[in-house]
Design a protein around this ligand. Structure first.
Ligand code: ZN
Ligand code: ZN
Length: 229
């Protein structure tokens, strides 16, 4: 939802992501982190003070300061001190920050997060869940990736090599209840399907079957591939 307001801001409420018209893609990406990853904010709001609750359920904030049981310990280099930064919304505070340290990609344990200034920790100095514009930190990125990998509808382990020989395309105008095979014009390694859109009232769903010279085939269904009105 885009709010027509001259003020900056964005938030997630339930399944709805809201940003004002003053915001750009960086803020939208941050709100997607809330909406699709159930990620917590990693920033501290001024004068919010100390977090007093129990261990947060979300993957990218914690009150646990022990390396051995830290929920993102696999991302922390053994040479990185834990905690790594202490104080309100801390950066690196334990001696000298190593050369080549990346504030958004290198994980440790930094105080401040979930909008509180102290007594709760985040994985990196700066993440998309802190200030919108950096990439997601390794903890946030991995959580997002794992959550949606199974929904990506691709399994590259089952790749079948072989010269592409034919394409069959069927169209459904009723969400897959009935199918009509459509004409396909084969042009070497490409094929062009001709779909009769006059039969569609809402959406066109396509089923594409590709066959190679070894006789292996793959079928992909593209539900609601495009809308017609
Ligand atoms: Zn946020
Ligand atoms: Zn993060």
């Amino acid at each position: 939802m885009c709010v027509n307001s001259a003020l900056p801001g964005g938030l997630r409420s339930g399944n709805v992501l809201k940003v004002t018209t003053q915001e750009g893609w960086a803020t939208i990406a941050h709100e997607f982190g809330h909406g699709f990853g159930n990620l917590e904010d990693e920033y501290s709001a001024a004068s919010k003070g100390a977090y007093t609750g129990s261990e947060p359920a979300r993957v990218n904030v914690t009150i646990n300061t022990k390396r051995s049981s830290l929920k993102w310990r696999q991302f922390v280099n053994p040479s990185t001190p834990v905690p790594t930064g202490q104080g309100k919304g801390a950066g690196w505070t334990v001696g000298t920050k190593p050369a080549g340290w990346d504030d958004a990609a290198d994980a440790g344990l930094f105080e401040g997060g979930a909008t509180f200034e102290t007594a709760v920790y985040r994985p990196v100095i700066n993440c998309r869940m802190k200030s919108n514009s950096p990439d997601f930190c390794p903890v946030c990125y991995t959580h997002l990736k794992e959550g949606y990998h199974s929904a990506a509808d691709h399994d590259f382990r089952r790749a079948v090599p072989g010269r592409f020989t034919s394409a069959r395309v069927s169209a459904s105008y009723d969400d897959g209840t009935t199918w009509t095979q459509v004409p396909v014009i084969n042009r070497g390694s490409k094929a062009v399907a001709v779909v009769d859109n006059t039969r569609a009232t809402t959406f066109v769903t396509l089923k594409v079957e590709l066959t190679d010279a070894n006789g292996k085939s793959v079928t992909q269904t593209l539900t609601h591939f495009y809308g017609v009105r």
